[in-house]
Structures are given as structure tokens and as C-alpha cells.
Write a protein that binds this ligand. Sequence first.
Ligand code: PLP
Length: 376
Amino acid sequence: MPMPIYFDSAATRPISKRALDKFIEISNKYPYNPSSVYSAGREAKKEIERCREKISSLLNVDAKNIYFTSGATESISIVFSSLLWQKRPGRAIVSAIEHDAVKSFIPLLKDKGWDVVKLRAKEGFVDPEDLKNAINEETKFVSVMALNNVNGAIEDIKALVGISRDAEKNMKHKILFFSDSVQALGKSDLNLKESDVDAASFSAHKIAGPRGIGLLYLKNRDLVRPLSSAGGQEMGLRGGTENVAAISAFAEALTECFENRKEKEERVKEISDYIKSEAVSLGFSINSVKNTTPYIINISTPLPSEVLTRMLSDKGIFISSGSACSNNAKKGENVIETMGFGSKRAMGSVRISLSDENTISDAYELIKALKEAAIG
Ligand code: PLP
């Protein structure tokens, strides 16, 4: 069977050769528990700290603010479950287009007495004015993702955090600003320091690192509680034996991802622009408008998204219906509807997500297949 043409990189990416080689090298080099006190254990621990330094310098933050976890879902869970412990719940403001890993906490927060306010996001963008209007004296938490996984919208996180910081000045308590930044890594100019978020979540597999490793960026350790502190690893925030090889492979993948990132993005933009303009000439609607990453394109065709996805899959081209990383196409479609594109467009919405590996000939094949499938 020929290699599929892969346009679902926002769901996951195959591990890169460099990251895989690093994984194997480190698995063999440090087969011991990093918490063991004998020298070989201490060496494994040093490797983790080297990676923390490496990753933090690439992200331009302090190493002490990086906590390794199993991935974004766990990082998100650490932040949100910390809210559930709070003795005095307040208002939590959450954008309406967050990933399920975030949204699944909304009923739990409500159960615990939190006043949850959802922020609309027209065409995928949270309007800073809406946030300003939603903040009241009881507001303790805001969650807005950095880059939307369904249509690639890049949020103005700096402006949104600025609004929270201004509001905070007149309050006795802090507003914790969390930004799920999984898709922003490698697909935009993410700047944690400049945007001044309190916490952010990441997964290595979205940037061709291994699955099952990610991190939580946390400006202040006291803002959250661990899911389990047993073992005391990760500065007491995330108990459990560390996966040294996966952490090293994550650092390697991030290094690779950031090498000539701008040039790579320019090249992807050319492919992405070609796909969008051809889609328009085929009469399809583009749901990735204005300030979106070239790595994620969302379009609507007259066919139900699942039908089109399967037809393309039969031709060896992999795209996704809706969000895909939530394993439920309907949820992704709802995000398109929530963005205000209407239910008909939502039903026919598919996501084409690119990586630096895609070529223009992949795009030619995709357009040819889209034409055959949706037009005949
Ligand atoms: N947040 C966003 C925006 C995502 O796209 C994903 C993708 O799966 C997640 C969170 C969850 O990431 P993971 O499954 O790696 O924990």
C-alpha cells in the first residue's frame, strides 16, 4: 500500500527520526529510576534537568516554571481540578470553543458552585471587549486557548491577559489566566513571557515528539494543586516515575521544530494558500478566516464531513471531520457552529491540517480528490 498523504497533523504527527533516535539513545543510556540515589539514577535525573533547561530556553521562560506531565490533557486536568478544591468558588470564564479536555470540566465546576460564563468566539476569535464585560468582582479564572484546533484561529492572548490584569488591580484576589497552547507550539509565534499567561498546556506529539509526554507551564507553583503528589517528582506537582527518554525526545522535537521555523511556516503558507484558493474556486466555503495559522485550514463542502473524510481516506488521503483529536466528529462540527458559521456549514466542515513535511504535490493530490469527491 502506498504511503498515505497525511493532512491531519493537528491530530497527531508521526515521531520524527531525530526524536525517535533520541528516545532510543536515552532509553539505553539511562535505564534507571531518576529518583534512585545511586550515581546512575542521579545521572538520569540530570538528563531531565538538562531537558527542562533546553525546553525552557526555547520557550524563553525559566526552567522552574516547566513541569513535565503525560500531555496536555493531564496539564489541563491539574489546573482545572485545582479549582474544584477551592473553598470559595467564584466566576470562571471559559471560551466557548475550547477543546473537550477543557470543556469536560465545566459541569464539574458548576457542581462545585462555580459561576461558569462562556465567552463566544465569532469566527473563532474571542473579543477582548467580551472578556472585559464578563469579568466581575468574583472572577478568579479565565481560560482561552492560544490557537484553535478546529479552524486555526490565533487568539490575541496578550490583550486578553491585559484585560484580566487590569481588572485584578481592583480586586483582593488574583485571576488565574490559563491558555491551552497545544496547537500554538510550532504553528504560531507563541510567547509565554510576553503574553504573561499564568499557565499553559502542551503535548509533544503535536510537534513530532512522542505521545504520552507534555508539559504544564506554570508561573507560580502555588496557583495549583497536584493530581497526585505521591513520590514528589516534578517539584511535588506531578508524582510518578519520570519518562526520561520521552522527555529527551520532546526536547529534541522542540529543537527541531524551532529550527528555521519562520522559513518552514512561509513554505507551508504557500501550500495552504494554494489549497484555500482552489477550494474557493471549487465553490467551497473557507472557515479559517483572518488571523489563522497556515497549518490548519477548515473548509465546508456540500457533502457531510464524515462522508467526504471516508471518500478521501479510500484514496489514501487523510483529513479530519471536525476536531478529530477528540475522537468525535460531531464535537468538532459544533465548534464551527459555535463560531457562527451556521449548522449547514458545520455539517460539511472538514479540517485539513499541515506539517512542515507536506509538499505542494500533496496539495495537488488533495485538490484533485476533493474535486472528484465533492463535485464528481
Ligand atoms: N487541547 C487542544 C487544543 C488539542 O488540539 C488537543 C488535542 O488532542 C488537546 C488539548 C489534548 O491533547 P492530548 O490528547 O495530547 O492530551
